[in-house]
Design a protein around this ligand. Sequence first.
Ligand code: ADP
Length: 204
Amino acid sequence: MRVVLLGPPGAGKGTQAQIIAGQLGVPAISTGDIFRANVSGQTELGMKAKTYMDAGDLVPDEITVAMVRDRLAETDAKGGFLLDGFPRTIAQAEQLRDSLGELGHRLDCVLELVVDEDELVRRLSGRRMLVDGEWVQREDDKPETVRHRLQVYREQTAPLSGFYDSAGLLSRIDAIGAVDEVTQRAIAALEQSAAGRSDGPDAG
Ligand code: ADP
């Protein structure tokens, strides 16, 4: 299956991506994780991305799209994938559709995790990561940057919801609740979309 996980920062995409991808038997590909690994490895890509990330801005499309195209060309992604954090702009979504199209593939489903903004701010400001045995706050989880990331989401990423709805690919799920409850809703939505496809006029 080829799945995109959509949702604002703090919606729990990373957590759900790991679990759902495990159940589907496909790799979870997180652009945020790939960027962070490049930042800590001080690669050229990491240096380019860092300023944007620390400010809570999107890394420019040409950098991100090339990186994802390379990642999707790796062997483990040939039979399917779950993308977390990509696409984040309409231009990225169009590029993804076109590169999949060139290979004769298309997305099967886009799952949007829905959480209201008050809850997002609460989650993000309390979030810590374990780095070398210490709990640290991500640079972009500082309160001012969180507000900016949510604004970037509203302006640049939220329109993808309509884009994928028009393509008949969107399932929106309530992402408030226990982790396993949200996973169950996500899996149910994926099953429903798979059933919808095999019943549909394009079946076969
Ligand atoms: P979150 O979903 O919590 O905002 P991510 O880990 O997905 O965090 O992303 C962190 C940062 O990495 C983003 O704020 C952005 O700077 C950069 N980034 C990740 N994915 C993309 C993307 N598809 N396009 C542009 N920038 C991205």
